[in-house]
Design a binder for this molecule. Structure first.
Ligand SMILES: [Mg+2]
Length: 221
């Protein structure tokens, strides 16, 4: 069970760390891309049916999930012998904000909060999505975990982030749809944590376990 939602004390928060996929942007795109679009392209390249391609790829995806490889365009381009960059760029019109997320970023800026994107997405994936939704213009700083060599759920990410930019975790809010990431943020000392319950607008909400859940970031302000 999730703890009940409580309003945030915005006067005690200076910095807002925001995840990208499933928090600001609709995870529906990523789920469709990896579960349908990539298997279809893989099947076409190898003369396999969609079902056979999916059956071949799903275990490989499952074993990479949670690692930096899972998010790495180069890794999958090599592994699948597919131009994942071109595939992604070709369907970038499908990248979309989650409900109210863009307006939420504007309101944060009006309140003079420091907005920092922290994402496990590969820098090139971030660039392709930014071409479509103009996300980076709303943010004060952007950190992908790839140059740090550790995903956000790894404590090493947090020490690298703290070395890269000053953060007072006691005056910071972190919003993410990944519970292991929120647990790592909590271990680092981030005081305010919120979990997105509906990262994919096409799927039902999920339980956020010990973290306070929100349907969308629009609820935070
Ligand atoms: Mg996410």
């Amino acid at each position: 069970m999730s703890p009940p939602t409580a309003p945030l004390p915005w006067d005690e928060i200076d910095t807002v760390l925001l995840d990208m996929d499933g928090t600001l942007l609709d995870l529906r795109f990523d789920n469709w891309f990896w579960q349908e679009h990539v298997p279809a392209a893989y099947g076409r390249a190898r003369g396999l049916s969609f079902e056979a391609a999916q059956a071949a790829l799903m275990p490989r995806f499952a074993s990479a999930r949670g690692s930096l490889d899972w998010y790495c365009i180069d890794y999958w381009t090599r592994e699948l012998e597919l131009d994942v960059r071109a595939l992604k760029r070709g369907v970038r019109e499908k990248v979309a904000w989650l409900g109210g997320a863009e307006a939420f970023l504007r309101r944060l800026k009006a309140l003079d909060k420091r907005c920092v994107l922290v994402t496990d997405a590969h820098p090139e994936t971030l660039a392709i999505k930014d071409e479509r939704v103009d996300l980076i213009g709303h943010l004060d700083a952007v950190y992908s975990s790839h140059p740090f060599g550790a995903p956000k759920a790894d404590p090493a990410f947090w020490s690298s982030l703290a070395a890269a930019t000053p953060i007072d975790p006691r005056r910071t809010l972190m919003v993410d749809d990944s519970l292991p990431v929120l647990a790592a943020a909590r271990d680092f000392g981030v005081r305010w944590l919120r979990a997105v319950r509906r990262p994919d607008s096409g799927r039902p909400a999920h339980d956020t376990a010990g973290f306070v859940g929100i349907d969308t970031v629009a609820e935070l302000l």
